[in-house]
Ligand binder design. Structure first.
Ligand code: RFL
Ligand code: PHB
Length: 388
């Protein structure tokens, strides 16, 4: 087989890149390790920056998102039973869109099918060869080994994928921060507790009230890294959530059976550079943020925006400048999101080794947000997304 761009990974990064390139007349093949049903069953992000919705529109996959997504003009930050509203619309002129990653992925698969895009699912043992200059990929499908020749490889295969590992250690710099806690998340078919997201800082730990639609809620609580999901009954989860959110919300919280429950550890991670010759790293393959800033999926979209633009320029007029600048351009935006996600995480969580001094700094910073338009604006402009 031969294609112009081989895309490893059929998550949101890989599918969106494939869609944007195909619309510009560039041929791609997507290789995904899992089945489509497995990819579509993952419950992940819930918040899209407005700029991300514009990229999805440009890819021709925005119709259902605009019909069924929910425009949110702000969020609530709660601490010591007091809520501070961060009014994105007033502070930045832009809202965000609540529309699940699962739905985005679903829309992308449908669009790829409609255009006759090639997606090979359950591709095992994907291996990159010939890098940095003459790439090709081998994999096994239905027990048969195949070879795919290509001009470029886009590594869209997430944190545990093969692409980043294909870059020699001596060329790759990595930066990592592991947080000493995780998030226990629950999805339930209950109405959301409030019309906007609530980010709650509490002495027992952080909690987040989010949603997917008027009958589907998503909640998270900070838990120790050692906790196992099986040890958390639904009742224990709801009781703990109620303790951490403002009293008024706790009293009106509607609970029900969880339809998904999982624990995700929190980490910050960046790999540099994001290009090695004809291999590009995109999305979670290159960087991970803790979910507190709602940035992971949005960074994947901005990487795809920069890379699609670079590849389109290369195939249209032979220009390599954007390809050569891809890593630097993408990383400049990545590091700002890494900083914001680290800051939100540090602001709102309880750390096991926190001193009385640290706690006062945290409380002072939250007070300051309540009192200062400048402080709220800084939070808001990062949350709604910095310009591409
Ligand atoms: P993905 O989604 O991990 O997709 C990578 C795909 O590659 C496949 N793959 C391989 N395929 C072939 N060969 C291999 N060797 C392969 N290895 C892996 C995988 O099966 C998979 O299908 O990466 P991508 O596309 O870069 O997308 C990134 C986003 O998924 C991620 O950043 C977000 O989900 C992060 N995230 C959030 N982001 C937001 O912007 N807003 C949020 O509100 C938000 N909340 C979250 C989140 C992530 C969470 N978890 C569980 C990690 C909440 C949670 C709980
Ligand atoms: C979610 O709805 O899953 C969600 C929302 C906001 C975050 C993280 C996750 O910061």
């Amino acid at each position: 087989m031969r294609t112009q761009v081989c895309i490893i990974g059929g998550g949101p990064s890989g599918l969106l890149l494939s869609q944007l390139l195909h619309r510009a007349g560039i041929d791609t093949v997507v290789l995904e390790r899992q089945s489509r049903a497995h990819v579509l069953s993952r419950i992940r992000a819930g918040v899209l920056e407005w700029g991300s919705t514009e990229v999805l529109d440009a890819a021709g996959v925005g119709a259902r998102m605009h019909r069924e997504g929910f425009v949110h003009d702000g969020v609530q930050l709660a601490a010591r039973n007091r809520a501070i509203r961060i009014d994105f619309k007033e502070l930045t002129g832009k809202p965000v869109l609540v529309y699940g990653q699962t739905e985005v992925t679903h829309d992308l698969y449908e669009a790829r099918d409609a255009m006759g895009g090639t997606i090979i699912t359950e591709a095992a043992g994907v291996t990159l060869h010939g890098l940095p200059d003459a790439p090709y990929v081998t994999f096994t499908k239905d027990g048969v080994e195949q070879r795919l020749d290509c001009d470029y490889i886009a590594g869209c295969d997430g944190f545990h994928g093969a692409s980043r590992r294909a870059i020699p250690d001596k060329l790759l710099k990595t930066f990592e921060k592991i947080y000493p806690f995780g998030w226990l998340g629950v999805l339930s078919e209950t109405p959301p507790v409030a019309p906007e997201l609530i980010y709650a800082s509490h002495e027992r730990g952080f909690a987040l009230c989010s949603m997917r639609n008027p009958q589907l809620s998503r909640y998270y609580i900070q838990v120790p890294l050692e906790d196992r999901v099986e040890a958390w009954s639904d009742t224990a989860f709801w009781d703990e959530l109620r303790r951490r959110i403002p009293h008024e919300a706790a009293e009106t919280l509607v609970t029900g059976p969880s339809i998904e429950k999982s624990i995700a550890p929190l980490r910050s991670f960046v790999a540099e550079p994001m290009r090695w010759g004809r291999l590009f790293l995109v999305g979670d393959a290159a960087h991970i943020v803790p979910p507190t800033g709602a940035k992971g999926l949005n960074l994947a979209v901005s990487d795809v925006h920069y890379l699609s633009r670079a590849l389109i320029a290369r195939y249209r007029d032979g220009s390599e400048a954007l390809i050569e600048g891809y890593s630097e351009t993408a990383l400049r935006r990545v590091w700002k999101a890494i900083r914001f996600s680290w800051w939100m995480t540090t602001l709102l969580h309880r750390f096991p080794d926190q001193t009385a001094f640290d706690l006062h700094i945290q409380a002072g910073e939250i007070d300051y947000l309540g009192e200062s338009v400048a402080a709220r604006t800084a939070l808001a402009e990062n949350y709604v997304g910095l310009p591409f």
